[in-house]
Write a new protein. Structure first.
Length: 271
């Protein structure tokens, strides 16, 4: 990460100036002002969504979004404070002012965009399933999952839950607080499949290679993943937009995606 951090620090001044120069009129920036004055950037994460964010064996936070949040804080010249909340409570915590932004595998959807601002995406994901059934793993559409005999699990208050409720209303749906709980249920035979983002499913295959797990060859949907921010701070939004644009153009984001989505070496650090 040291090489990436040096690149970010070199970009920080330029992108900050660009953010200011693209704003024609002075605007109120309550969240950005708080970050600058306190010297701390508070980012909400669930800590239960590898490879996005998760607690390692020693209790440390790790994941693609943890690296990205550290780079953003470094570019801003402030300290990073990661605030852990259950996924379903993260946007509410931001609305209450408990966190400055949310980075937690947060899909950018029209419903969420009605109350929150988004920057990104910094990666694309899509809905898939994790299962031990070769029949379900060969599913080509949601109708193959939409029967009363099939027991599905999905993360509570997530787009996976919305997806299951909309496209598989006849299936039995169980909501869970984190993915580890659902994977344990799957391996124990308590559910038939977990509805989740494709990276979560692929990670589980690497994590538990001897459990007979399988996933779809192609995701059922395409979802952009981005940073959720309060809608009342266009200056902060503009600054983050410039940072992500610079990270993408310099190859930093591509390095992070390869590290966390293709190279499984970091899995050894998981509990």
């Amino acid at each position: 990460m040291s090489r990436l951090r040096n690149l970010v620090l070199g970009l920080a001044l330029g992108t900050s100036l660009l953010a200011v120069s693209t704003t024609v009129e002075a605007q109120e920036s309550p969240v950005l002002d708080r970050i600058v004055q306190s010297g701390t950037l508070r980012v909400g994460m669930s800590a239960t969504q590898p490879p996005f964010n998760v607690r390692g064996r020693g209790g440390q936070m790790l994941g693609l979004e943890v690296d990205l949040a550290n780079l953003i804080a470094g570019a801003m010249g402030v300290e990073l404070e990661i605030v852990n909340r259950p996924f379903g409570e993260l946007l509410g915590a931001m609305d209450e002012g408990a966190v400055d932004m949310v980075m937690s595998g947060m899909a950018i959807t029209p419903r969420r965009a009605q109350t929150s601002a988004f920057v990104g995406p910094y990666m694309l994901s899509g809905k898939s399933i994790l299962t031990k059934s070769t029949t379900l793993a060969a599913a080509s559409n949601t109708e193959d999952l939409n029967t009363p005999e099939i027991r599905l699990a999905a993360l509570s208050n997530s787009t996976s839950q919305e997806f299951a409720e909309r496209y598989t209303p006849n299936a039995q749906l169980i909501t869970v607080s984190d993915y580890d709980e659902a994977v344990k249920m799957l391996m124990a035979g308590a559910i038939d499949a977990l509805v989740a983002d494709m990276p979560i499913c692929l990670l589980s295959l690497m994590r538990f290679p001897n459990e007979g797990l399988a996933t779809l060859r192609e995701p059922l949907t395409i979802e952009p993943i981005g940073i959720a921010m309060p809608g009342n701070d266009p200056m902060l939004h503009n600054l983050m937009d410039n940072y992500l644009d610079a990270f993408e153009k310099t190859g930093i984001l591509e390095q992070l995606r390869k590290k966390w989505l293709e190279d499984g070496a970091w899995i050894a650090a998981l509990p």
